[in-house]
Design a protein around this ligand. Structure first.
Ligand code: SF4
Ligand code: SF4
Length: 96
């Protein structure tokens, strides 16, 4: 398993984990029930800057096959990723 960025002072793109922090055992209880809105990524707008990954407080954003992925089982819907995305690629959509 790849190391997680918060434990490192510098990183390269290849070091971005392929799994969420849940996979590393840091998150053990699903918290998606808290969520009023979920972040949805517009892949056409995403420039892969990885700022959303770095700022997500729960570590539920990862990269796979050059796409940003969100683990909705553990995303609590705080919206930080949407605020930090300068490309406007993340919109918060109300849960139904
Ligand atoms: S912050 Fe926005 S543009 Fe950057 S990787 Fe995340 S979704 Fe893509
Ligand atoms: S809404 Fe919050 S918890 Fe969910 S992916 Fe974005 S920053 Fe992470």
């Amino acid at each position: 398993m790849k190391p997680y960025l918060r434990e490192k002072s510098a990183f390269s793109f290849e070091e971005i984990p392929e799994k969420t922090c849940f996979e590393a055992g840091y998150l053990v209880t699903k918290n998606s029930g808290w969520r009023r809105a979920r972040p949805v990524i517009d892949k056409d707008k995403c420039v892969m800057c990885l700022q959303c990954y770095l700022y997500c407080p729960d570590g539920v954003i990862s990269e796979s096959d050059n796409n940003i992925c969100i683990d909705y089982d553990f995303c609590k819907g705080c919206g930080i990723c949407g605020k930090i995305c300068k490309a406007g690629a993340i919109k918060m959509e109300a849960e139904v």
